[in-house]
Ligand binder design. Structure first.
Ligand SMILES: NC(=O)c1ccc[n+]([C@@H]2O[C@H](COP(=O)([O-])OP(=O)(O)OC[C@H]3O[C@@H](n4cnc5c(N)ncnc54)[C@H](O)[C@@H]3O)[C@@H](O)[C@H]2O)c1
Length: 247
Protein backbone atom coordinates (compact mmCIF):
# COMPACT_ATOMS: atom_id res chain seq x y z
CA UNK A 1 0.00 0.00 0.00
CA UNK A 2 0.95 3.69 0.12
CA UNK A 3 1.40 4.96 -3.38
CA UNK A 4 0.49 8.62 -3.41
CA UNK A 5 2.95 9.63 -6.11
CA UNK A 6 1.41 12.41 -8.27
CA UNK A 7 -1.95 12.11 -6.50
CA UNK A 8 -3.64 15.47 -5.91
CA UNK A 9 -4.57 15.72 -2.24
CA UNK A 10 -6.60 18.57 -0.72
CA UNK A 11 -6.37 19.04 3.05
CA UNK A 12 -8.30 21.51 5.24
CA UNK A 13 -6.83 22.61 8.55
CA UNK A 14 -3.33 21.98 7.21
CA UNK A 15 -1.46 24.57 9.29
CA UNK A 16 -1.22 22.45 12.45
CA UNK A 17 -1.59 19.04 14.06
CA UNK A 18 -2.86 16.15 11.93
CA UNK A 19 -3.30 18.31 8.81
CA UNK A 20 0.26 19.53 8.85
CA UNK A 21 1.65 16.06 9.51
CA UNK A 22 -0.49 14.63 6.69
CA UNK A 23 1.04 17.20 4.32
CA UNK A 24 4.56 16.31 5.44
CA UNK A 25 3.98 12.56 5.05
CA UNK A 26 2.32 12.96 1.66
CA UNK A 27 5.20 15.15 0.52
CA UNK A 28 7.56 12.28 1.22
CA UNK A 29 5.43 10.11 -1.10
CA UNK A 30 5.35 12.60 -3.97
CA UNK A 31 1.74 13.82 -3.74
CA UNK A 32 0.65 17.21 -5.09
CA UNK A 33 -0.87 19.18 -2.25
CA UNK A 34 -3.60 21.81 -1.88
CA UNK A 35 -3.46 23.05 1.69
CA UNK A 36 -6.12 25.24 3.29
CA UNK A 37 -6.49 26.76 6.72
CA UNK A 38 -8.07 29.66 8.57
CA UNK A 39 -4.50 30.48 9.64
CA UNK A 40 -3.29 31.89 6.31
CA UNK A 41 0.31 32.56 7.42
CA UNK A 42 0.57 29.16 9.06
CA UNK A 43 -0.57 27.25 6.00
CA UNK A 44 1.71 29.31 3.74
CA UNK A 45 4.63 28.38 5.99
CA UNK A 46 3.74 24.67 5.81
CA UNK A 47 3.43 24.76 2.00
CA UNK A 48 6.60 26.84 1.69
CA UNK A 49 8.61 24.22 3.53
CA UNK A 50 7.51 21.43 1.17
CA UNK A 51 9.53 20.21 -1.78
CA UNK A 52 6.56 19.04 -3.82
CA UNK A 53 4.15 21.00 -5.99
CA UNK A 54 1.70 22.67 -3.61
CA UNK A 55 -0.68 25.57 -3.13
CA UNK A 56 -1.65 27.25 0.14
CA UNK A 57 -5.08 28.87 0.52
CA UNK A 58 -6.61 30.94 3.23
CA UNK A 59 -9.88 29.06 3.77
CA UNK A 60 -12.35 29.32 6.63
CA UNK A 61 -14.42 26.15 6.34
CA UNK A 62 -17.40 27.91 7.97
CA UNK A 63 -17.75 29.99 4.80
CA UNK A 64 -19.26 28.11 1.84
CA UNK A 65 -17.85 30.58 -0.68
CA UNK A 66 -14.29 30.19 0.66
CA UNK A 67 -14.56 26.40 0.52
CA UNK A 68 -15.89 26.55 -3.04
CA UNK A 69 -12.98 28.83 -4.01
CA UNK A 70 -10.42 26.54 -2.38
CA UNK A 71 -11.74 23.57 -4.35
CA UNK A 72 -11.85 25.64 -7.58
CA UNK A 73 -8.25 26.85 -7.06
CA UNK A 74 -7.11 23.26 -6.53
CA UNK A 75 -8.71 22.15 -9.79
CA UNK A 76 -7.34 25.22 -11.62
CA UNK A 77 -3.82 24.38 -10.41
CA UNK A 78 -3.78 20.58 -10.69
CA UNK A 79 -6.75 19.68 -12.94
CA UNK A 80 -8.28 17.14 -10.51
CA UNK A 81 -8.66 16.10 -6.86
CA UNK A 82 -7.86 12.46 -6.09
CA UNK A 83 -8.14 12.69 -2.31
CA UNK A 84 -9.77 15.25 -0.02
CA UNK A 85 -9.20 15.23 3.73
CA UNK A 86 -11.72 17.40 5.59
CA UNK A 87 -9.67 17.77 8.73
CA UNK A 88 -10.19 21.36 9.99
CA UNK A 89 -11.79 21.30 13.39
CA UNK A 90 -12.01 22.94 16.80
CA UNK A 91 -12.79 21.99 20.36
CA UNK A 92 -14.48 24.17 22.96
CA UNK A 93 -13.84 24.27 26.73
CA UNK A 94 -15.22 21.24 28.57
CA UNK A 95 -18.57 22.00 30.21
CA UNK A 96 -21.45 19.96 31.55
CA UNK A 97 -24.53 19.83 29.31
CA UNK A 98 -26.53 22.27 31.42
CA UNK A 99 -23.72 24.85 31.27
CA UNK A 100 -23.39 24.57 27.48
CA UNK A 101 -24.59 27.62 25.55
CA UNK A 102 -26.29 27.87 22.19
CA UNK A 103 -23.14 29.67 20.97
CA UNK A 104 -21.02 26.64 21.95
CA UNK A 105 -23.34 24.42 19.90
CA UNK A 106 -23.41 26.78 16.92
CA UNK A 107 -19.62 27.23 16.85
CA UNK A 108 -19.01 23.47 16.93
CA UNK A 109 -21.55 22.82 14.19
CA UNK A 110 -20.24 25.70 12.06
CA UNK A 111 -16.65 24.42 11.98
CA UNK A 112 -16.80 20.70 12.69
CA UNK A 113 -19.97 19.77 10.78
CA UNK A 114 -20.79 22.44 8.23
CA UNK A 115 -17.11 22.73 7.32
CA UNK A 116 -17.12 19.05 6.35
CA UNK A 117 -20.47 19.41 4.55
CA UNK A 118 -19.23 22.38 2.48
CA UNK A 119 -16.06 20.47 1.66
CA UNK A 120 -17.92 17.42 0.35
CA UNK A 121 -20.46 19.57 -1.49
CA UNK A 122 -17.72 20.95 -3.77
CA UNK A 123 -15.26 18.03 -3.78
CA UNK A 124 -17.77 15.35 -4.80
CA UNK A 125 -18.77 16.85 -8.19
CA UNK A 126 -15.09 17.13 -9.16
CA UNK A 127 -14.44 13.51 -8.21
CA UNK A 128 -17.64 12.21 -9.83
CA UNK A 129 -16.79 14.01 -13.06
CA UNK A 130 -13.23 12.64 -13.20
CA UNK A 131 -14.34 9.05 -12.50
CA UNK A 132 -13.80 8.75 -8.74
CA UNK A 133 -11.86 9.79 -5.69
CA UNK A 134 -11.57 9.35 -1.95
CA UNK A 135 -12.79 11.64 0.82
CA UNK A 136 -11.76 11.29 4.44
CA UNK A 137 -13.65 13.28 7.07
CA UNK A 138 -11.82 13.64 10.36
CA UNK A 139 -14.48 12.93 12.99
CA UNK A 140 -13.46 11.64 16.43
CA UNK A 141 -14.20 8.90 18.93
CA UNK A 142 -16.67 11.57 20.06
CA UNK A 143 -18.43 10.87 16.75
CA UNK A 144 -19.29 7.31 17.72
CA UNK A 145 -19.56 7.48 21.52
CA UNK A 146 -20.44 9.97 24.22
CA UNK A 147 -17.71 12.01 25.88
CA UNK A 148 -17.98 13.58 29.31
CA UNK A 149 -18.49 17.40 29.23
CA UNK A 150 -18.17 17.62 25.46
CA UNK A 151 -21.81 17.90 24.32
CA UNK A 152 -21.29 20.34 21.38
CA UNK A 153 -18.23 18.49 20.07
CA UNK A 154 -19.94 15.09 20.41
CA UNK A 155 -23.04 16.34 18.63
CA UNK A 156 -21.06 17.92 15.79
CA UNK A 157 -18.80 14.88 15.30
CA UNK A 158 -21.74 12.41 15.35
CA UNK A 159 -23.20 14.55 12.57
CA UNK A 160 -19.94 14.19 10.64
CA UNK A 161 -20.25 10.41 10.82
CA UNK A 162 -23.86 10.63 9.65
CA UNK A 163 -23.15 12.80 6.62
CA UNK A 164 -20.12 10.66 5.78
CA UNK A 165 -22.28 7.52 5.57
CA UNK A 166 -24.95 9.36 3.59
CA UNK A 167 -22.48 10.75 1.06
CA UNK A 168 -20.92 7.28 0.70
CA UNK A 169 -24.31 5.81 -0.18
CA UNK A 170 -25.22 8.60 -2.58
CA UNK A 171 -21.94 8.53 -4.53
CA UNK A 172 -20.82 4.89 -4.36
CA UNK A 173 -21.82 4.33 -7.97
CA UNK A 174 -19.72 7.32 -9.00
CA UNK A 175 -16.69 5.61 -7.45
CA UNK A 176 -16.33 8.30 -4.78
CA UNK A 177 -15.32 6.60 -1.52
CA UNK A 178 -16.26 8.52 1.63
CA UNK A 179 -15.05 7.47 5.06
CA UNK A 180 -14.58 9.03 8.49
CA UNK A 181 -11.72 8.49 10.90
CA UNK A 182 -12.44 8.54 14.62
CA UNK A 183 -9.27 9.22 16.58
CA UNK A 184 -9.06 8.95 20.34
CA UNK A 185 -7.10 11.75 22.06
CA UNK A 186 -3.70 12.54 20.57
CA UNK A 187 -1.35 15.30 21.74
CA UNK A 188 -1.70 17.83 18.90
CA UNK A 189 -1.89 21.58 19.71
CA UNK A 190 -5.72 21.18 19.92
CA UNK A 191 -5.41 18.79 22.85
CA UNK A 192 -2.39 20.52 24.42
CA UNK A 193 -4.36 23.81 24.53
CA UNK A 194 -7.82 22.48 25.31
CA UNK A 195 -7.45 19.47 27.61
CA UNK A 196 -5.85 19.65 31.06
CA UNK A 197 -2.79 17.49 31.63
CA UNK A 198 -4.49 15.42 34.35
CA UNK A 199 -7.43 14.74 32.03
CA UNK A 200 -4.99 13.64 29.30
CA UNK A 201 -3.38 11.23 31.78
CA UNK A 202 -6.80 9.92 32.78
CA UNK A 203 -7.89 9.25 29.19
CA UNK A 204 -4.55 7.58 28.45
CA UNK A 205 -5.08 5.27 31.43
CA UNK A 206 -8.57 4.46 30.12
CA UNK A 207 -7.24 3.04 26.86
CA UNK A 208 -6.42 -0.69 26.71
CA UNK A 209 -2.99 0.30 25.34
CA UNK A 210 -2.57 2.57 28.43
CA UNK A 211 -1.33 5.51 26.40
CA UNK A 212 -2.52 8.14 23.93
CA UNK A 213 -1.90 7.59 20.25
CA UNK A 214 0.80 9.78 18.73
CA UNK A 215 -0.21 12.20 15.96
CA UNK A 216 1.95 10.09 13.64
CA UNK A 217 -0.02 6.91 14.47
CA UNK A 218 -3.28 8.74 13.74
CA UNK A 219 -2.03 10.09 10.44
CA UNK A 220 -0.65 6.70 9.37
CA UNK A 221 -4.13 5.22 9.85
CA UNK A 222 -5.69 8.07 7.86
CA UNK A 223 -3.31 7.40 4.99
CA UNK A 224 -4.30 3.72 4.95
CA UNK A 225 -7.97 4.73 4.62
CA UNK A 226 -7.35 7.00 1.60
CA UNK A 227 -4.70 4.79 0.01
CA UNK A 228 -5.43 4.47 -3.73
CA UNK A 229 -5.22 0.66 -3.36
CA UNK A 230 -7.93 0.63 -0.68
CA UNK A 231 -10.69 0.62 -3.28
CA UNK A 232 -13.63 -1.22 -1.61
CA UNK A 233 -13.85 0.62 1.74
CA UNK A 234 -16.58 3.25 1.88
CA UNK A 235 -19.15 4.57 4.36
CA UNK A 236 -17.08 3.59 7.39
CA UNK A 237 -16.33 5.38 10.66
CA UNK A 238 -12.99 3.90 11.65
CA UNK A 239 -11.82 4.18 15.24
CA UNK A 240 -8.12 4.65 15.87
CA UNK A 241 -8.24 4.36 19.59
CA UNK A 242 -5.81 1.90 21.16
CA UNK A 243 -8.75 -0.47 21.70
CA UNK A 244 -11.12 1.89 23.54
CA UNK A 245 -14.15 1.07 21.38
CA UNK A 246 -13.62 -2.65 22.00
CA UNK A 247 -14.22 -2.29 25.74
N1 LIG B 1 -6.03 15.71 18.51
C1 LIG B 1 -6.98 14.89 18.90
O1 LIG B 1 -6.92 14.26 19.96
C2 LIG B 1 -8.17 14.66 18.04
C3 LIG B 1 -9.00 13.58 18.34
C4 LIG B 1 -10.11 13.35 17.55
C5 LIG B 1 -10.39 14.18 16.48
N2 LIG B 1 -9.56 15.26 16.23
C6 LIG B 1 -9.90 16.08 15.06
O2 LIG B 1 -8.76 16.17 14.24
C7 LIG B 1 -8.86 17.36 13.45
C8 LIG B 1 -7.53 18.09 13.48
O3 LIG B 1 -7.29 18.48 14.82
P1 LIG B 1 -5.82 18.65 15.43
O4 LIG B 1 -5.82 17.85 16.69
O5 LIG B 1 -4.79 18.44 14.41
O6 LIG B 1 -5.92 20.19 15.89
P2 LIG B 1 -5.02 21.47 15.58
O7 LIG B 1 -5.64 22.56 16.39
O8 LIG B 1 -3.59 21.17 15.76
O9 LIG B 1 -5.28 21.74 14.03
C9 LIG B 1 -6.54 22.17 13.56
C10 LIG B 1 -6.32 23.10 12.38
O10 LIG B 1 -7.62 23.50 11.91
C11 LIG B 1 -7.58 24.88 11.64
N3 LIG B 1 -8.92 25.47 11.72
C12 LIG B 1 -9.65 25.74 12.82
N4 LIG B 1 -10.80 26.33 12.48
C13 LIG B 1 -10.81 26.41 11.13
C14 LIG B 1 -11.70 26.94 10.19
N5 LIG B 1 -12.86 27.52 10.57
N6 LIG B 1 -11.40 26.87 8.88
C15 LIG B 1 -10.22 26.31 8.48
N7 LIG B 1 -9.31 25.83 9.32
C16 LIG B 1 -9.60 25.87 10.64
C17 LIG B 1 -6.65 25.46 12.68
O11 LIG B 1 -6.15 26.74 12.29
C18 LIG B 1 -5.58 24.39 12.75
O12 LIG B 1 -4.53 24.64 11.82
C19 LIG B 1 -10.04 18.15 14.02
O13 LIG B 1 -11.18 17.94 13.20
C20 LIG B 1 -10.25 17.52 15.39
O14 LIG B 1 -11.58 17.66 15.85
C21 LIG B 1 -8.47 15.50 16.97
Amino acid sequence: MSNFSDKVVLITGAASGFGRLLAEKLEAQGAKLALGDLNADGVKAVAGALDVSSIACSCDVRDEQQVAEFVAKTVAEFGRIDIAINNAGIGTPMKSLVDTSEEDMDFNFAVNTKGVFFGMKYQIPVMAEQGGGAILNVASMAGIAGAHKMTPYVAAKHAVVGITKTAALEYARKNVRVNAVCPYFSPTPLVAKGIDRDVQEMVAAGAPMKRLGTPEEMVNAMLHIVDPDNTYMTGQAIAVDGGVSAI
